[in-house]
Design a protein around this ligand. Structure first.
Ligand SMILES: *Cc1c(COP(=O)(O)O)cnc(C)c1O
Length: 406
């Protein structure tokens, strides 16, 4: 089991979630729309959206089927499509890149810096006349330099979509991650900080972008409250990315636990960070705002790749698993052989084969030197909510023993 690397929403799945789910089951209405007389006033997805928007300090929130679909919906709402380029960091989960291809645009690779998130300076270097949007990702629960990224984007008239799938509850200067850009997205899959099994959220302060998202995610339905579902108006085609009532119910209960989850993780992370700080040559990932960290992961650096590998093996021998993302199959672009061979799910390899603007974009390790260096000598440890004293003691022992190889 790769337990150490799963973010921990599921650790607290309990009676609170069960109670919310039972309220849905008692009505028998599993769909968020319609069935107004049968549902007896129970609107779990709608309530989840309202509470989530309030929690984030966002004007609007839309519950959807996944973080991946949230990315696609947001890019669609922002009118990113064929002929456009989108700046995406080389270190992120594959979904960020797939979403850009899903809307027919071309993703362009940007480097990361010591925050392990998008480097604002490289973002500026990688722009072209076709760049329409930028998708900073708050990886591993800690924020990107969102102030710099936003300022740079505004200067170049680019749209900003924050991929905050991994940073739910995190903040920068007291403002929640996901609320800085034109839009933000979250994932509630089973690996994420809070979970609904599968699910996602789109947030924005723009009424227009919210309505475009809302319509697109439900076949164009304008959700006019004055008419029945069958009589609703429509102005754009869409698809089905609707969240269901069971997900909404679980989301409500999980959301109420997020701050407590983060507080526990912070305690555990601080304890382990303390154990590691005496190990020779170990330094830590730069956190743009330590207070706003969700503490789902602890990332630390070794002086070089060889030492990192030795230390990783020594920790593993002591029962402590870490990830070196340079060698990870799903989170680092140079390792995506299917992406590099442009194997989109259509045999014509669209949009790579006909980008509409005629420009060819390359995806070469040489263009991301900081990611190549940093990710090779960074080890990432998953932090759990429940880390009893015995577990922390075992980790301390493993670290002390492993430190011998340094
Ligand atoms: C998990 C994740 C997604 C996709 O979310 P799903 O709900 O699994 O579709 C997108 N971006 C990042 C950075 C993620 O970690």
């Amino acid at each position: 089991m790769q337990g150490g690397l799963i973010m921990p929403g599921f650790e607290l799945m309990g009676p609170e979630e069960l109670k919310e789910v039972m309220e849905v089951m008692e009505t028998g209405v599993l769909m968020r729309y319609g069935f107004d007389s049968e549902r007896r006033g129970v609107f779990k997805v709608r309530q989840f959206e309202e509470e989530f928007a309030r929690y984030c300090g966002a004007g609007y929130a839309l519950g959807v089927t996944s973080g991946s679909s949230a990315l696609k919906i947001a890019l669609t709402a922002l009118d990113v499509g064929p002929g456009d380029e989108v700046l995406v960091p080389a270190f992120t989960f594959l979904a960020t890149w797939e979403a850009v291809l899903e809307v027919g645009a071309i993703p362009v690779m940007t480097d990361i810096d010591e925050t392990l998130n998008m480097d604002p300076a490289d973002m500026e270097r990688k722009m072209s006349p076709y760049t329409k949007a930028v998708v900073p990702v708050h990886m591993c629960g800690s924020g990107a330099r969102i102030d710099k990224i936003l300022e740079t984007a505004r200067r170049h008239n680019l749209l900003v979509l924050e991929d905050n799938a991994q940073g739910c509850g995190g903040s920068f200067s007291g403002k929640k991650l996901g609320t800085f850009g034109d839009m933000g997205i979250f994932s509630f899959d089973y690996y994420k900080t809070m979970t609904t099994g599968e699910g996602g959220m789109v947030i924005t302060n723009s009424e227009t972008l919210y309505h475009r998202s809302d319509e697109y995610h439900d076949h164009g339905h304008d959700h006019n409250p004055k008419v029945s579902r069958a009589m609703e108006g429509r102005s754009i085609l869409g698809f089905n990315y609707r969240m269901n009532e069971l997900q909404g119910a679980i989301g409500l209960a999980q959301l109420r636990k997020v701050d407590a989850m983060i507080a526990e993780q912070k305690k555990n992370k601080a304890a382990i960070k303390g154990m590691l700080s005496s190990a020779k040559g170990v330094t830590f990932r730069e956190l743009v705002d330590p207070q706003g960290d969700t503490a789902t992961f602890l990332a630390f650096n070794l002086p070089d790749e060889g030492t990192a590998e030795k230390f990783q093996q020594a920790l593993a021998a002591g029962g402590v698993d870490t990830v070196c993302y340079k060698r990870n199959a799903w989170h680092y672009l140079p390792n995506w052989e299917h992406f590099l061979s442009q194997s989109t799910a259509n045999s014509k390899k669209f949009p790579f084969s006909s980008p509409m603007n005629g420009r060819t974009v390359r995806y070469d390790r040489q263009d991301i030197p900081q990611a190549e260096d940093l990710l090779g000598r960074t080890l990432v440890m998953g932090i759990n909510i429940r880390m009893p004293q015995e577990r922390l003691a075992a980790i301390r022992q493993a670290i002390e023993k492993a430190a011998d190889v340094l």
